[in-house]
Design a protein around this ligand. Structure first.
Ligand SMILES: *Cc1c(COP(=O)(O)O)cnc(C)c1O
Length: 360
């Protein structure tokens, strides 16, 4: 058989997800109930209880196709954000919207710019669309916006920034991002991935730039603070023109019906969101204190995770799995000495800290 697949598919790096609990249980002969996953920035408190109730209330409608326009969610978000309903696009996770963006804007020979230690999906989506990736160094695990700007050329179609960044957790302020966007040439689309922004006390707001007509799109997800990663739902807001293009790349029923009702309910669950935020802040302090006591270098700023530097991090990753704790190595991000740990409940954090100590 002649292999006629497109060259970019052959060269596509594989996205290594956080290791599922069942895999680790099988591989190391452990009881899945005793395994702690702190690898994919999932919410340790579970899902928003209001969302869970909404899902249970709607299971009887599974024979119907979902609403392809996400009408209820769209109306709710439009009110919440004070934007027009047509400015939103919904995806099977915000990952899918990243794919739409690359499919719509990137062609062969086009470039995208993003941080070397930033979410790998920007790279995958670019390569899949036939484009060229321009990775920018992140000294000290932080964005260097001057370097990002220097990397922009006539060929640049998209600049991606994650704030707070995954995997490093660095945070950019409103002014820094706004000035950066204003300095970008007009032919560049700026994509702000806000997957972790709800964990922050003050959030960046690019709606004024969108209203000014700038090429800006912002991405949100229900996977993190709302605890709905398993349902797969996220959205973008931009001007209506950009939203219209992305909708053409979208499969008509890309967001399932349970995800839609869960998302609507989750937006009303202020109690769950503030509890998630509080647990996260407390857990961050717990990890920071433990790392200090252990004399380990760490990076802890935004998001729902911390980074810690250890000798032979990939080895420690395996050792910790044998002890039933799954964390995330960062070899693929060029950070072979660092582990990323999702902040959990106080008990989970304590167990993780103890098992890390045991492997040192
Ligand atoms: C988790 C995450 C997302 C959201 O992914 P979903 O597809 O919505 O689950 C997007 N961007 C970054 C940087 C993330 O870490």
């Amino acid at each position: 058989m002649k292999d006629t697949v497109k060259p970019q598919i052959k060269n596509l790096p594989v996205y290594e997800t956080g290791k599922p609990i069942e895999y680790v249980a099988r591989e190391f002969g452990l009881d899945p109930d005793n395994i702690l996953k702190m690898a994919s920035n999932e919410n340790p408190l579970g899902a928003s209880p209001k969302a869970v109730k909404a899902v249970l209330d709607h299971v009887s409608g599974l024979n119907y196709y979902p609403d392809g326009t996400c009408y209820n969610l769209r109306q709710k978000l439009a009110k919440l954000w004070n934007l027009k309903p047509a400015q939103f696009v919904f995806g099977n996770g915000s990952n899918e919207i990243l794919e739409f963006i690359a499919q719509c804007y990137v062609d062969k020979g086009d470039e995208t710019v993003f941080g070397n230690q930033s979410f790998i999906v920007y790279k995958l989506a670019t390569i899949f669309a036939g484009g060229t990736c321009v990775g920018v160094e992140m000294p000290g695990l932080r964005y260097d916006l001057d370097r990002m700007l220097d990397a922009v050329t006539e060929k640049t179609k998209i600049v991606f920034i994650t704030n707070p960044n995954n995997p490093t957790g660095c945070v950019l302020k409103q002014d820094e991002i706004v000035n950066f966007v204003k300095a970008l040439p007009e032919h560049v689309l700026f994509c702000l991935d806000e997957a972790y922004t709800e964990f922050e006390d003050s959030q960046v707001d690019l709606r004024p730039l969108i209203a000014e007509g700038r090429n800006v799109i912002c991405l949100r997800t229900f996977s993190k603070i709302y605890g709905l990663a398993g349902l797969r739902i996220g959205y973008s807001y931009s001007n209506e023109t950009i939203a219209g293009y992305l909708n053409r790349a979208r499969e008509p029923f890309n967001v399932n019906s349970l995800a839609q009702v869960a998302a609507v309910a989750a937006l009303d669950d202020d109690e769950f969101v503030s509890r998630s935020r509080r647990i996260n802040k407390e857990g961050r302090r717990q990890f920071e204190k433990a790392f200090q006591e252990m004399g380990l270098q760490y990076f802890s700023e935004g998001g729902n995770f911390v980074m810690v530097k250890v000798e032979d991090a990939p080895g420690k990753f395996v050792e910790m799995q044998k002890r039933g704790v799954i964390v995330r190595p960062n070899v693929g991000y060029g950070l072979p000495d660092w582990l990323r740990i999702t902040i959990g409940t106080p008990e989970q954090n304590q167990r993780c800290i103890q098992e890390l100590k045991n492997t040192l």
